[in-house]
Ligand binder design. Sequence first.
Ligand SMILES: *Cc1c(COP(=O)(O)O)cnc(C)c1O
Length: 430
Amino acid sequence: MQHHLLSTKFFEKAKHMIPGGVNSPVRACKSVGAEPIFVEYGSGSWIWDVDGNSYLDFVCSWGPLILGHCHPEVVTAVKKAAETGSSFGIPTWNEVKLAEMIVQAVPSIEKVRLVNSGTEATMSAVRLARGYTGRKKIIKFNGCYHGHADSFLVKAGSGVATLGIPGSPGVPEEIVQNTVAVPFNDKKILQEVLDKEGDDVACIIVEPVPANMGVVLPDDDFLPFLRKITEDRGIVLIFDEVITGFRLSLGGAQDYFDIMPDLTCLGKIIGGGLPVGAYGGRSEIMDHIAPDGPVYQAGTLSGNPIATAAGIKTLEILSRPGTYESLQNKMDYLAEELKVLGKKYGIKCTIQKVASMMTCFFGQDGPIKNFDQASKSDTEFYGKYFRQMLQNGVYIAPSQFEAAFVSLAHSWDDLDFAIEATESSFKVLA
Ligand SMILES: *Cc1c(COP(=O)(O)O)cnc(C)c1O
């Protein structure tokens, strides 16, 4: 039987000094009726907490660790980079190398600017879209999460959805007025909004496969529709590929679905577990950024030598033959077995997946196509499932509205371990 004595002690202490005891809200595990575990170390697909319990990890740092924890080649690259200087504020060759890998892999990106997080990437991309078009309004989709910049905290996904926060205090009304949130996969409502205010809209920003309300797939004609209406009206189409970039394929969701956005935001995987974000697109738009153009965006640690070393090595490993097939096969196997278990124990759930990410929406007959539908999931059941899985040695996201990620480090034995843990959990909960 597990105990979490040290984790509990650390959390108590943390709460005295850090708001909620955590540096990012979802880590607090509130919505699943648990307290956070404190991690001591990770290796491959496993993590160990400070009380000595081990867990098979399907959070993988919320997406970045597509190679698993402490991939030896990444560790070596990071060590080497640290020994030659951690930051200069002067250009380094690593920045050019990572930029080149991104430009080569992601079809719509001709030029790319490196930043430090997904949030920086999305807020900079929106500023650029506004500067480029001279328009103010932006359109986003309910349940999509684009980081925590002011303009995006309207009907947002991820922790905002988990905690049930509709908007956020501290974001002025004047800013929110310029953000229009519409349902995902709903062409009609979007068309109506555009007919009314299309001339004021600078950009539409979208997760091409939303993963922050749980994994939701775009209808076949939805992304092509977005591409067409934005093109017709001179609106910048931004794909927020912070999760899907280098996850769905080397070229991200745009390559997977063959739809080219004007701008793309990246993060998570491109830092290989260290803080890196990026935004890029056609040169004609990117040339509006300072110092070539007037749209200002900067960063003391942007293109950091250690972070880019981790990113470069990660992308290099991902580009080896067979990686995405292997990830896909493992995800398919896991999802199929979970489906069988759901049936066997009479647990109503809808599994949605693409490439190596998936969500199991409990209490649903599916398919889940938007945030309204996702919200109807049985979050209380999810909380119980989370706690059972934790006891059974599997760490899944402490929220129904997130994805489970399979990494290259997950072995077939690991997957069988997870399937057995699920069976034990379902037995108790059925
Ligand atoms: C995680 C995420 C972000 C924010 O990235 P941070 O690095 O947490 O700032 C933005 N967009 C999407 C789609 C994300 O999943």
